[in-house]
Design a protein around this ligand. Structure first.
Ligand code: HPA
Length: 270
């Protein structure tokens, strides 16, 4: 694995003119932020050695390096989901590569189903913590001390400092944000009403099919993390209606300019 990480990092270093310290992973249909990146170098995933190839509709699957305002960033447009069939080492491989490239702060976005009864469709939820319900742990197996410690601390998986800054940015711009715990589960089914109820019972505010593996690996690698989720549907008793991938993308699309604004300002302050 170490060799593969190095090989991929070396390849990308030869393509990338700068040394970004901020990494971004954009969720389903949430590529809007990349339109604001200037001096862009775009690298399609399929050209990157050792990278898995994203297959889900709504993911264009490329790495974009450039400037967001005056900050160098490395953004992943489209991620690798466990439900696509990749194992957890593949799902989180890009985060390993980011670390090898010198990324220190990771921002992630996703779409989720809200299970907090106070939430509304279209809410932006700042992720304060997560619950890992994936059946495979990305750090299972031999630990490489070069990558991180055997038993990583997860007491502040999402940086309190970045959360506080994001809340300030939202308030200043009159953007409604909520905060909460994200539970990561495999999908690809959306939840049954009983499953939504279960996730609420165990302490979640929203449920989705990503993010948790990447944030675990980023923490293992000593990176600071920030996560934001667009609540695209509700798993709240009395409010559960049929949900589709298209609807998830539609709601995501309508809200993402606000999310982009928060992420962009946060990157400037981070
Ligand atoms: N459940 C799981 N993942 C999701 C949902 C949901 O309701 N909405 C968007 N992603």
């Amino acid at each position: 694995m170490l060799q593969k990480i190095q090989e991929t990092a070396d390849f990308l270093r030869s393509k990338i003119p700068s040394n970004p310290k901020t990494g971004i992973i954009l969720g389903t249909g949430l590529g809007n932020l990349v339109t604001q990146i200037t001096d862009k170098t775009e690298i399609p995933y399929e050209t990157i050695p050792n990278f898995p190839v994203s297959t889900v509709e709504g993911h264009s699957g490329k790495l974009i390096v450039g400037k967001l305002g005056d900050v160098e960033v490395l953004a992943m447009q489209g991620r690798f989901h466990y439900y696509e069939g990749y194992d957890m080492k593949a799902v989180t491989f890009p985060v390993r590569v980011m670390k090898a490239l010198g990324i220190e702060t990771l921002l992630v976005s996703n779409a989720s189903g809200g299970v907090n009864p106070d939430f509304e469709i279209g809410d932006l939820m700042i992720i304060t913590d997560h619950i890992n319900l994936f059946p495979e742990h990305p750090l299972r197996g031999k630990n490489f001390p070069e990558l991180g410690t055997r038993f990583p601390d997860m007491s502040e998986a999402y940086s309190k400092e970045l959360i506080a800054k994001a809340k300030q940015i939202a308030a200043k711009n009159n953007i409604k944000v909520v905060e909460g715990v994200y539970v990561g589960t495999t999908g690809p089914t959306f939840e049954t009403p009983a499953e939504y109820r279960y996730f609420r019972t165990i302490g979640a505010d929203a449920v989705g099919m990503s993010t948790v593996p990447e944030v675990i690996v980023a923490n293992h690698a000593g990176m600071r993390c920030f996560g934001i989720s667009i609540v695209t549907d509700l798993g709240v008793p009395g409010k559960i209606v049929e949900v589709s991938h298209e609807e998830v993308q539609e709601i995501g699309n309508s809200v993402q300019p606000l999310m982009t604004l928060i992420m962009k300002e946060l990157i400037h302050q981070a």
